[in-house]
Design a protein around this ligand. Sequence first.
Ligand code: AMP
Length: 214
Amino acid sequence: MKIIMLGAPGAGKGTQAKKIAEKYSIPHISTGDIFRANIKNGTELGKKAKEYMDKGELVPDELTCDLVMDRISEDDAKNGFVLDGFPRTIPQAEALDAALEKISQSMDVAIDVEVDDDSIVKRMSGRRACLKCGATYHIVSIPPKKEGICDNCGEALVLRDDDQPETVLNRLRVYHNQTQPLIDYYSRKGILCSVDGMESMETVFNSIIAQLEG
Ligand code: AMP
């Protein structure tokens, strides 16, 4: 199954993407995670991506598309994958379709996790991340066992630069301008499915699975 997760930053699509990937034993491919790993490792790509990420802007398509196409052509992705945070623009969606068309394939479903803007802002200000292993928490809804410390690796948790309040507002603006048009794009292709992202994590997950298997 080849799945795209859509939704505003902070809608919970990353959490759902991980759960879907685990359930179907397919890779979870997050462009945000790939960029963050590159930043951490000090690569050229990481240096370029950070300039945009810290402002809440999108990393240019030419730095993003090829890395996703390479990743989905790896062996572990041959039975499907969950894309989280890609595509984020119409040109990215078109590049993805074109790459899959070349191998006579297409995406199966795009899941839109719907959450209103006010809730997004509240959620993101409470988000905490582990920069060592990539785990994410929320001070209210998904707290770590020990305050401020990652459950997985014991590293101190931080508010990511791109989760700072002024950056969040810019990310939402960018989302509405550049990413929301993808909802129409996939609706026209007949592969859009929407879920109410205001429900609990488990309810959202169950409704995604019901739609995938329904
Ligand atoms: P995320 O963790 O998915 O919210 O991504 C964090 C940041 O990485 C975004 O705000 C963008 O700056 C950048 N990014 C992630 N995915 C993409 C993409 N598909 N296209 C452009 N920029 C991206």
